[in-house]
Design a protein around this ligand. Structure first.
Ligand code: UDX
Length: 456
């Protein structure tokens, strides 16, 4: 039987837009309205240039927009007209007051909860999609239901989208997680949400839990993923010291099916909008419950990431005889990972800022993220932004690979070497080049977790 539901989503950002587009596509008899107070963003969703770049998203939006998917700024109307409401607003880390730099800032969430309460005329199912601290649903339910004649059921349905693969993650999720209260109304609401996803996701991939487990699972998933990266990065330092090769170690270790081979690429460090934020959130929750040992344990995932980023840039400076002042250094990539223009928390920022403070002349190159990087660094003196990698590396003393763009793996390193000042240095923060081949060309090659290849 076709699923005929009226669904609204508040928040037309990176999570709300793609998620609702996929729901609209997979539930063609349902009507989905995505609302946001940001007129510019809504206009973009209604235009040919969507505000979010994700492979596959344009095609889906084109197919369903105006049919059963609508983007609008009429938030109150959407609240009144829909009884299933997803909330996908951003939850930055607090930069003030209690929990500063650690706890999630729930301002947006609270404003929306109060707005829903003010205008709603019938019972609603409210679904938290943004990553939130454990017990947020409970707090919101209290705000919504206290003294109200209307019943609000708040559910947790965390997103597990990785940038660059969001549409695939939505169409073929490893799992969909839905947390609800164990009450009759909680279970009824949960069944409604299960039905939406079950239009295309098999039942055995839809996990239902209590609300707290669902909220916590999101933080734990990202913490464990980040922990794997920090673990292999820690081992990369041991490899460099002992002559082992981190890629060989990762392959051998990952072949154990209990461990698995994903997320074992040693790198200059992890970045992105989620990992640090979610770990800090978990750490904060632990501290709130006086679980200080646990907090410290997970905090070390971040400490290791900071160490790895610093270790990379310190190694650049040390290898160039502690003097990079006035020397031209080229950075290949500044996005926090390939296939995105996102530079939030990217390791390239620490690397660039450290080298700038050492008075190096930087040339930054990236196929998509340069404008964001320029804005973040404030377009400083001594920093050039050059998209063509050959032009960027011309007359440089060193190339630093910071993002694993395929483009950088395929460059003609002989040509690059010929145009550089000698001795020419190559620091591969993503292990995407062939170190031996580049060494034979003439580079001094420094890869993560491998013995450096230096011409003496
Ligand atoms: C992550 C989670 O994967 C996703 O489920 C969640 O919803 C949001 O956070 P994202 O931040 O888009 O997604 O990126 P992800 O692909 O997970 O990579 C995070 C960082 O780890 C990147 O900087 C990446 O380069 C780095 N990384 C990843 C490594 O250094 N090595 C690896 O083996 C894997």
């Amino acid at each position: 039987m076709a699923l005929q539901k009226k669904i609204a989503c508040i928040g037309a950002g990176y999570v709300g837009g793609p998620t609702m587009s996929v729901i609209a596509k997979q539930c063609p008899d349902s009507i989905i309205t995505v609302v946001d107070i940001n007129q510019e963003r809504i206009d973009a969703w209604n235009s040919d240039t969507l505000p979010v770049y994700e492979p596959g998203l344009d095609e889906i939006v084109k197919a369903v927009r105006g049919k059963n998917l609508f983007f609008s700024t009429e938030v109150e109307k959407a609240i009144v007209e829909n009884d299933i409401i997803f909330i996908a607003v951003n939850t930055p880390t607090k930069d003030y007051g209690v929990g500063k730099n650690m706890a999630a800032d729930l301002q947006h969430w609270e404003v929306i909860a109060r707005q829903i309460r003010k205008v709603a005329k019938s019972d609603k199912i409210i679904i938290e999609k943004s990553t939130l601290p454990v017990k947020t649903a409970e707090a919101m339910e209290t705000i919504l239901n206290t003294g109200s004649t209307i019943h609000f059921e708040v559910l947790s349905n965390p997103e597990f989208l990785a940038e660059g693969s969001a549409i695939r993650d939505l169409l073929e999720p490893d799992r969909v997680l839905i947390g609800s209260r164990e009450t009759t109304s909680g279970q009824r609401a949960r069944d409604e949400v299960v039905k939406i996803y079950n239009a295309w996701v098999p039942k055995d991939r839809i996990i239902t839990t209590n609300t707290f487990s669902s909220e916590l699972s999101k933080l734990v998933s990202n913490t464990f993923l980040a922990q794997r990266v920090s673990s292999i990065n820690a081992i990369s330092a041991v490899c460099e010291a002992t002559g082992a090769d981190v890629q060989e170690v990762a392959k051998a270790v990952g072949a154990d099916s209990r461990i698995g081979n994903k997320f074992l690429n040693a790198s200059v460090g992890f970045g992105g909008s989620c990992f640090r934020k979610d770990i800090l959130n978990l750490v904060y929750i632990c501290r709130m419950h006086h679980l200080h040992e646990i907090a410290t344990y997970f905090e070390n995932v971040i400490n290791m990431n900071n160490y790895q980023q610093q270790r990379f840039v310190d190694n650049v400076i040390r290898s160039m005889f502690n003097t990079v002042a006035g020397r031209k250094i080229c950075m290949f990539g500044c996005a926090f990972k390939a296939n995105t223009d996102d530079i939030r928390d990217t390791p390239a920022l620490l690397v660039a800022r450290t080298l700038m403070s050492e008075k190096a002349n930087l040339v930054i190159s990236d196929p998509k993220a340069m404008e964001n990087m320029k804005a973040e660094l404030g377009n400083p003196k001594h920093v050039l932004f050059v998209e063509d990698p050959y032009e960027a590396a011309n007359d440089c003393h060193a190339i630093l690979i910071l993002t694993e763009w395929e483009l950088y793996a395929k460059l003609d390193y002989q040509k690059l070497f010929n145009s550089m000042i000698k001795p020419a240095y190559l620091f591969d923060g993503r292990n995407i080049i062939n170190p031996k081949a580049c060494y034979e060309i003439g580079f001094n090659v420094y890869s993560i977790g491998k013995e450096a290849l230096i011409h003496r």
